[in-house]
Design a protein around this ligand. Structure first.
Ligand code: NAD
Length: 488
């Protein structure tokens, strides 16, 4: 990295507090964790290393707020109004929030500058729900009245990963609040700054204290305390399948509700009739956006054998546009990996690829000498049984494979324990619909990639998760249905 632009006004450096019951607090133990800029390896700030006592305080605050008339007793219209206020506050502070995200986890400003508008839109979308959470009347006969009510679940523990913290929070928090729940947030330990600032900004709204609490800390300490806490009714989790499995096991003890958004190894299927240039840029974006640190990354590229060489050359040209650069440079499409630990994990896969007999066709190296940058990497000569094809690498690395016919494409696309997303590139509508129906994935994009909208459900088949965020389905994730039967 040659010349870094002027460091942005990083408004709140130093030790950042957590927020519990509206109060800014340190961890009970006084311990802290560093948050670092992955592009420069420079320390940014410290955050409290919260543990069981802090989680307990936050759960108590969330329970008190849940029961308080100022939250449980307000009208749906009032709840909508507060959600709209939150959207406005996010927009007013958008530049700071996007810069915090860029410096804390390395996502280019070219992407994070759209984040505040997206997060604000999620709150406005959710603001429409409180006044529309209808129940049903049931056909129960002339001397009975039966009806249903949708009620909040209670205190929801929210745990998520570092690869786009505010975006992931926006899939959970707006609807959680719209349905009347309260929250204890446990943000990712290496990228907590945008969440802490966001919760501070809630002071500028009429959201009652304690409705949203945040406890920073590690998964092993704060995370474990949250999933084990007996007064937490639901855990909404986004992260790896390994941790998600553990969350579900612990939740089973108290029959806590869970929503799990987990890992992926998504296929990108290139049909022979596709616009190859557009498909190549789409396929490159699918595994390089966010440096490949994306749950929906299209890391298995399945191309029809008849166009393999031509497509591969287009793909390598498209990959060149993602040469890593400073996230604060507006021209950068791909920044660094988010932490040293993750950088070591991803670069470790290059040796695995070699040992397994795969060829590194492009990339496979560190980029530059400072910061956790990795070159866009395309693996060739892979077989479906290789670990590099089966396991989530979570970096800018994809495997190129070919298929013979659509049955073969479907077989290979589904030859994975995951099922989060897929993309299909074709000009033939019939092929698009047929493939979309047969690929086991929660989301299938055709001639596009990565668009996640509040109005469509998002979630995983198989080991990519449980439950849905977005769409109508999300209402079931954050409400309990109560049946009322009255003799009349
Ligand atoms: P991770 O599972 O290691 O951590 C995620 C969160 O869980 C962090 O906040 C962490 O502190 C916490 N955690 C870790 N151990 C815990 C424990 N024992 N108890 C409670 N909490 C614990 O995942 P990660 O490496 O931070 O994130 C990358 C993973 O997330 C990838 O697998 C990616 O595919 C997945 N992801 C999925 C989605 C989706 O929507 N499906 C979105 C983004 C990321």
């Amino acid at each position: 990295m040659e010349k870094r632009p002027e460091t942005p006004a990083f408004a709140h450096p130093g030790d950042r507090p957590m927020i519990i019951g509206g109060q800014r607090v340190a961890a009970v133990t006084g311990a802290t964790l560093p948050n670092t800029d992955p592009a420069t390896e420079a320390p940014l700030a410290t955050v409290p290393r919260g543990g069981a006592e802090d989680i307990d305080a936050a759960v108590r605050a969330a329970r008190a707020a849940f029961l308080a008339p100022s939250w449980s007793g307000i009208t749906p219209g009032e709840r909508s109004r507060i959600l709209m206020q939150i959207a406005t506050v996010i927009e007013q502070n958008g530049e700071e929030l996007s810069l915090l995200e860029s410096v804390n986890m390395g996502m280019p400003v070219q992407l994070t500058r759209h984040l505040p508008a997206g997060v604000a839109a999620a709150f406005r979308h959710a603001a429409g729900w409180p006044t529309k959470l209808y129940g049903q009347t049931a056909p129960t006969g002339p001397d009975r009245l039966g009806y249903t009510r949708r009620q909040p679940i209670g205190v929801v523990g929210v745990i998520w990963g570092w690869n786009g913290p505010l975006f992931q929070l926006a899939l959970k928090l707006p609807i959680l609040l719209a349905t009347g729940n309260t929250a204890v947030l446990k943000p990712p330990e290496t990228a907590s700054l945008s969440t802490l600032r966001f919760v501070e900004l809630l002071d500028n709204t009429d959201l009652p204290p304690g409705v949203v609490n945040v406890v920073t800390g590690t998964g092993a300490e704060a995370g474990e305390a949250l999933i084990h806490h007996p007064d937490v009714n639901k855990i909404s989790f986004t992260g790896s399948t390994r941790t998600g499995r553990h969350v579900q096991q612990v939740a089973a003890t108290g029959i806590k509700r869970v929503t799990l958004e987990l890992g992926g190894k998504s296929p990108t299927v290139i049909c022979p009739d596709a616009d190859l240039k557009a498909a190549a840029f789409g396929a490159a974006t699918a595994f390089l956006l966010g440096s490949g640190q994306s749950c929906v990354a299209g890391t298995r590229i399945l191309v029809h054998e008849s166009i393999r060489d031509e497509f591969a050359s287009h793909l390598e040209q498209a990959m060149a546009m993602f040469t890593p650069g400073d996230p604060l440079d507006p021209a950068t499409l791909m920044g660094p990996l988010a932490s040293q630990q993750h950088f070591e994990r991803v670069t470790g896969w290059f040796a695995v690829a070699g040992e397994e007999g795969a060829t590194i066709r492009t990339g496979g190296t560190r980029h530059g000498e400072r910061g956790f940058f990795v070159t866009p990497t395309l693996l060739d000569d892979v077989t479906p049984d290789m670990r590099v094809v089966r396991e989530e690498i979570f970096g800018p690395v994809a495997a190129l494979m070919s298929y013979t016919d659509l049955d073969d494409a479907v077989r290979e696309a589904n030859n994975t324990e995951y099922g989060l997303a897929a993309s299909i590139w074709t000009r033939d509508l019939s092929t698009a619909h047929r493939l979309a129906a047969r690929i086991d994935a929660g989301t299938v994009w055709v001639n596009t990639y990565g668009e996640i909208t509040e109005s469509l459900p998002f979630g995983g088949f198989k080991q990519s998760g449980l439950g849905r965020e977005g769409g109508l389905d999300v209402l079931d994730a954050y409400t309990e249905t109560k049946s009322v039967l009255i003799a009349i």
